[in-house]
Design a protein around this ligand. Structure first.
Ligand SMILES: [Zn+2]
Ligand SMILES: [Zn+2]
Length: 345
């Protein structure tokens, strides 16, 4: 597509609140210095869009986007026609965090795509070149979205555990929604398919999917995490990665961890008080860690793993809809019986 084929305005979804998505007309921006204009190809739905779906949003949402470059601004080097994924955080690249590689902890970010900048459910998305991650054109836009909140966020949480534990032999994951499934998949790809991963949820559909990905399922309405571990022949896991976002669940994980164990908090929600600090926590040298999104610099490794495990990773995407079906897609997604849901354009 040449620049002359790009319309001056387009119809895009408008999240008006109260679970309603209408449409609105927006001007198509021209890329300025250091910017790329993408034609959006796919955007995955995310639990973090709950606020936008329920309460509305002025910008066009969508922070798990992939698309193709259709126009470029001055000072960029990415060729028109390049497909790639968009990193959520428009990091500055110059602050102390960015210089150390922690672009997910940027101290001067210019915005969050899809939250305060127009995102990937629109027809076009304007991005700074430094947050665009190019992929080969044999990787579909939908597959490229896997590099974001699935492989990126999942992989970062595994790395956070590895920072304080060098020989992880078992993992517990409370929560088998999209975050939990992504954690499970990345544990398998990064630590080995043989590592037992016990994963719990209250929704049988999600546990079936987890089982397909190699997880050991625990139906939380029928047994506790301790009983679930025992059921699968385990007792104390080396690592627990919380995808449930409840303090009581994280407490249970801390109580269950093996010596030198690590709890990585990923899901937002609830507070955290460390019970019995002078007992288990210090005696066993436990670590309470946190993991927020991932660093842009982790994407090449995720991309390598995606290329080697395309069929395995694609299992996480259970539903695909056109942008005209976005209202229904969100209703299905928040009803709970889906894996990852993607809007394709
Ligand atoms: Zn997300
Ligand atoms: Zn920065």
């Amino acid at each position: 597509m040449s620049q002359s084929d790009i319309p001056s305005q387009v119809i895009v979804p408008h999240f008006v609140g109260e679970r309603t998505i209408r449409t609105t007309v927006k001007l198509v921006p021209e890329p300025g210095p250091g910017q790329l204009l993408l034609r959006c190809g796919a955007n995955a739905l995310c639990g973090s869009e709950r606020g936008q779906f329920f309460h509305g949003c002025d910008v066009t949402p969508g922070h798990e986007a992939a698309g193709t470059v259709v126009a470029v601004g001055p000072g960029t080097t990415t060729p028109v026609g390049t497909r790639g994924a968009v990193f959520l955080m428009d990091f500055c690249g110059e602050c102390r965090s960015c210089r150390s590689g922690a672009t997910n902890q940027c101290l001067a970010k210019r915005g969050d795509m899809g939250f305060n900048r127009d995102g990937g459910y629109g027809v076009y998305e304007l991005v700074h070149e430094n947050i665009f991650f190019p992929v080969g054109n044999d990787i579909s836009a939908t597959e490229a979205t896997l590099l974001l909140d699935i492989m990126g966020t999942g992989g970062h949480a595994v790395r956070r555990a590895q920072q304080t534990h060098s020989d992880i032999q078992s993992v517990l994951i409370p929560g088998a929604g999209p975050i939990g499934l992504s954690l499970l998949a990345m544990v398998k790809l990064m630590l080995g398919r043989d590592i037992p991963v016990v994963i719990s949820d209250v929704v049988p559909y999600r546990l079936k999917l987890a089982e397909t990905l190699g997880g050991l399922p625990v139906l939380a309405t029928e047994m506790s995490l301790a009983e679930g571990l025992k059921h699968h022949g385990l007792s104390a896991p080396d690592v627990a990665i919380d995808a449930a976002g409840q303090e009581a669940v994280r407490d249970e994980c801390l109580a269950l961890l093996a010596h030198r164990g690590v709890l990585v908090a990923v899901a937002h929600g609830g507070g955290q008080t460390i019970q019995n600090l002078y007992g288990n926590f210090i005696n066993r040298e436990l670590t309470l860690s946190a993991s927020e999104y991932f660093a842009y610099q982790e994407m090449p490794e995720s991309y390598r793993l995606l290329r080697e495990n395309r069929d395995y990773m694609n299992q996480i995407i259970t539903h695909r809809f056109g942008v005209g079906e976005i209202q229904y897609a969100f209703e299905r997604f928040f009803a709970g019986e889906t894996g990852k849901v993607v809007i394709e354009q």
